[in-house]
Design a protein around this ligand. Sequence first.
Ligand code: BG6
Length: 297
Amino acid sequence: MAIEETETQVILSHPSDSSTNVTILKYGATVFSWKLYGQEQLWLSTAAKLDGSKPVRGGIPLVFPVFGKNESDPLLSKLPQHGLARNSTWEFLGQVKSNPPTVQFGLNPKLSNPEMTKLWSEDFNLILTVELGSDYLKTEIEVENLSSSKELKFNWLFHTYLKIPDIEDTMISNLVGMKLYDQLLKESFVDKHPCVTFHGEKDVIYQNVEADRVIQVVNQGKPVHTVKRVNLPDSVVWNPWIEKSGGMGDFEPKTGYKEMVCVEPGHVHDFVVLSPGEKWTAAQILSKDELKYQAIQ
Ligand code: BG6
């Protein structure tokens, strides 16, 4: 069967090859496994909680309505780091297509974690569409402002944990020449390195990355992941390295930082602002494409 629903999760298998499949936890509508021809593409901590007691450490947690911990916005600063979507149980809305298998999940203030809506009481509707292609995984979000009088202001981000063979042999291409904000140095500058490499903790936000720039994760010269973005101008690149992952109780094994990198397409440098009744959509498409180096424009 192409789509299987249990009490806590939904599994889609591709009709042409059932070893290509995706598993989505209703809690957070978190994709926590995506296998392409039997090979896992996403990193998941062996200590990740899949019981709804905390956001999943791995897979693709959803970040809404705030990225990180906002310190200044009168409404959003009340919410915990990365907002309420990843720690609320979404409603499974069902299947919308059988090939490629496509399903939807919904979240609104009534379904959201009440601890969070006490802190941020805006009126919104989210629809996440997960489409399993034979050689790609597309996650698309629609945000609607349900208020008839107030603007809705938010960040969105797909917090994608990609599985890689070894961080020290890994680079990320096609971000050269982009402006970034380094969250560790608390500084903005233009990245002049020909590619992103990893020698320690990294936590940077590439801003306004041109829409047609294809971000690729390359291991020992081979492209292992391709990340395409629709309507998501920013991209966070994160690896916690030894000390930071050592301090995270749900990050296991402790050597796991070697086998993951987060490439997180989002709209986080500034907010999306929707007028009453307005909708916004954006998507991430993960695949394994040929290597494509793009020149600086
Ligand atoms: C990244 C942030 O998106 O998420 C990092 O850039 C943060 O600063 C990381 O440490 C993990 O966040 P959390 O809340 O899942 O531990």
